[in-house]
Design a protein around this ligand. Structure first.
Ligand code: G3H
Ligand code: 13P
Ligand code: ZN
Length: 342
């Protein structure tokens, strides 16, 4: 299957000054919604699977869904990424399946909950960099911890990224991309009011970007939790409490300062749930899953298209030819872990 490496996607995004959405998938409808949005907007895209997604869908199903995606959408540059790998073993299993990118989240211990120390993080991340780059696969690391706990993943403790440590971390590990903690969290309940610059520490991104201008920065927990999606859920019997996400204009500010990968999962979950609740309410006699999965898929596609336009990736799908994993491996071998972007 011809997937692009995330490194190449992000290098191209950096050259042209845009960001690339990384959308989580667990099933067929999510893969279809994202790929259709990519075709509609002519966008390169990152599709990512968490450990939970791999367990839910089964690795073989996920692999073949992605293979189908590259067959049906040959013109779209797509990277397949392991989201929040908890150990070198998880990252290795992703590489063995055919993922073109892995995240080693050494900010937490391998239980995915307990905050880890800096030296542990450096050690496991470096181990993954050595293994992944040998295969041409991209590596994302994380420094600092997000707030929030989703499905038992996350410590619930916020530790904003320290820019001095970020420089040391990147130099000692050789990661291609660095996830930074700036006050966001996973899930729908990020902020109790519209976040200002006190709550959402965008200055950390600016400072790290000044110190590490060639490192691709990653924003996790970047769903915007649009009120209109929450309202649809609540109108049809849902119970989502008042909440705020990360405003799209703040993400756009981040993109001006080195943010190249933007993780979005919750907004697709909200869109799908609202559409399904609406379909159930409008015709309680229907029981064909296609009756409610079709509007769910369309609602997810609409969110993804809007983000692709806002992040600036729209129109860039066919800017470049994919570099194969073996060719990428040669580049890392010749140029070292921190490749020179050409
Ligand atoms: O890391 C958070 C993503 O939203 C994935 O969530 O672990 O419930 O699949 P998950
Ligand atoms: P959201 O919960 O804000 O969509 O964040 C997703 C994420 O960061 C996946 O790694
Ligand atoms: Zn995340």
């Amino acid at each position: 299957m011809a997937l692009v490496t995330m490194r190449q996607l992000l290098d191209e995004a950096a050259k042209a000054g845009y960001g690339v959405g990384a959308f989580n998938v667990n099933n067929l409808e999510q893969v279809q919604a994202i790929m259709e949005a990519a075709r509609e907007t002519q966008s390169p895209v990152i599709i990512q699977a968490s450990r939970g997604a791999r367990k839910y869908a089964n690795d073989r199903f996920l692999y073949h869904l992605m293979e189908a995606a590259t067959e049906v959408y040959p013109e779209i540059s797509v990277a397949l990424h392991q989201d929040h790998g908890n150990s070198p073993e998880t990252c290795k299993s992703a590489i063995d399946i055919g993922f073109t990118s892995v995240m080693m989240d050494g900010s937490l211990m391998d239980d995915g909950k307990t905050p880890a120390g800096f030296e542990y993080n450096v050690r496991v991340t470096r181990e993954v960099v050595e293994m992944a780059h040998e295969a041409g696969v991209t590596v994302e690391g994380e420094l600092g911890t997000l707030g929030g706990i989703e499905d038992g993943v996350g410590s619930g403790e916020v530790n904003l990224t320290d820019p001095d440590q970020a420089v040391e971390f990147v130099n000692r590990t050789g990661v291609d991309a660095l996830a930074v903690a700036i006050g966001t969290s996973h899930g729908a309940y990020k902020f109790t009011k519209e976040p200002d610059r006190e709550v959402l520490a965008m200055h950390i991104i600016e400072e790290i970007n000044e110190r590490l201008p060639t490192t691709h920065l990653v924003m996790h927990g970047s769903s915007s939790v649009p009120k209109e999606l929450v309202d649809i859920i609540n109108r049809y019997g849902g119970e989502i409490r008042p909440t705020w996400g990360v405003p799209v204009h703040e993400i756009q500010e981040g993109i001006k300062h080195g943010v190249r990968k933007i993780n979005v999962d919750t907004d697709l979950r909200l869109a799908a749930t609202g559409a399904i609740r609406k379909a159930f309410a409008e015709d309680p006699g229907e029981f064909d899953p296609r009756y409610y999965l079709k509007p769910a898929r369309a609602a997810m596609q609409q969110v993804v298209e809007a983000r692709m336009e806002a992040f600036g990736q729209a129109g860039h799908a066919t800017d470049y030819d994919p570099i194969s994993l073996p060719d990428m491996a040669v580049r890392y071998k010749e140029q070292g872990h921190q490749l020179t972007v050409t």
